[in-house]
Design a protein around this ligand. Sequence first.
Ligand SMILES: C[S@@+](CC[C@H](N)C(=O)[O-])C[C@H]1O[C@@H](n2cnc3c(N)ncnc32)[C@H](O)[C@@H]1O
Length: 472
Amino acid sequence: MHLHTKAYLKSIKIYKKINNIKNASYNTNMYELYPYFTNDGSVGLFSPDADDIYHSTYGALTEAYEKFILPADFEKYFSNHNKIKILDICFGIGYNTKSFLNYFYEKIFCKNDIAKNNYIETIDTNNNTYNATLDTDNKNSKNLDHEHLDSEKLSTENDNSNLKPEIYIKAIDTDKTLAFLSPFIVTGKRFWRREKIKFQQEKIEKMLKKNSAPKIWINDEINIILLLKIIENHPEILEDTEITRLLASSKYSRYFSGYMRRYFAFKKTKICKYTPLKLLSAYLHNIYYRYISKRQKKALNALKLLDFNFDLKIDDARKVLLTDNNIYNFVFLDAFTPAKCPCLWTVDFLRLLYSHLDVDGMILTYSNAANIRSAFLEAGFYVGKIYNAQAGKFTGTIAVKNKSLIKNELSEYDLGLLKTKAGIFYRDENLTGLNEAIVAAHKKEVETSTRISSSKFIKQWKKNIVVKTIGR
Ligand SMILES: C[S@@+](CC[C@H](N)C(=O)[O-])C[C@H]1O[C@@H](n2cnc3c(N)ncnc32)[C@H](O)[C@@H]1O
């Protein structure tokens, strides 16, 4: 998911070296993870299959915020919209969706009247109806038990629907296991600090900046909600032996939230025939959760997020979108680098995205590549750059239909690059091509092209600047 910068290639090399991935004799029948803690304390993954990292070593969660969430300016969006449709292409372990929900929860949901209202929830538990106010200080409030976390049991008596924005998120990934694991991933360096890395500690720590500090993390409430949504979408997760094995493996335990694992175990016991032991475990969990609920008013507020629509599709994004009728306000395009996963960067796929984007919608991606920008332009979009003021550099690309949404236009230099060989985009006319075939056809097109190379263009550009400077 990153440009092949020197730093990026180096981090892949170091990661492979420290984990001895080249010689790794992993069982091909069993799903293996290659996790590590990135600079901001969030978990990053490596994929030996794609020979690519899923997340930047500089911070998986920070990257989601900086490249997708902040440039989208959701605060401004919600100041005059009450509905949102988001398409998360390449959901992976869900950083982009989770970051959106977390941002929405903290910056929008908790700040407006929706959360401040102590309105009544009606919870039907074992055929009894209880009224419980969300104000935990209210003496008349009844204790909530674990059932209040079940979306199917939660209904709002007061109709605040005019206040609460309608959220629809479609998330797509080919990797079911990763998507199912998404609510369990720990975030926040506080965890990393507490559980020092035992796994190749010395070398991994060399990759991490010493002075990095956790600025953001995903609230537990968001993970609970996401898990409930995944169970709703894919109840088979409760029986998935691979998920159970991975969550139970001591090898990965520091990367998964203990709290979420316990909650999942509890959800699983609910679908089994209760043995006395399971009944006891459910009862204990119930007490545990009741304690947490009473303590965390925030968690109770977050429950109202439960009625957002989440549609997780485990399939090729091209296939899913060919039969999808939604028009999206925001699209997060977070595929592996174009050279590894060209099928999601072709001009034909971007044309498909064009047909799914609202007139005032925005596609956000981390890629700065010339051939991705030229493909967006060819597909009919206006193209701009994502500027990270803190880092003082451009960190991605946006594509829109409404030009006024662009804050940072492509420069003369950027536009010049698009006309070089580096600007030749990938093609996949029928949207069914294999990555290898798309790469091979692209390579041939570049080789036979009469365009100048990007290196020659850059040299000429620098020379012109020198000439212009001297001429002044
Ligand atoms: C860079 S990772 C995405 C990281 C992710 N956004 C996260 O927060 O973890 C790329 C993802 O693309 C998925 N992928 C690869 N080819 C795909 C395809 N044709 N359609 C949908 N997903 C695909 C991979 O399974 C992988 O999870």
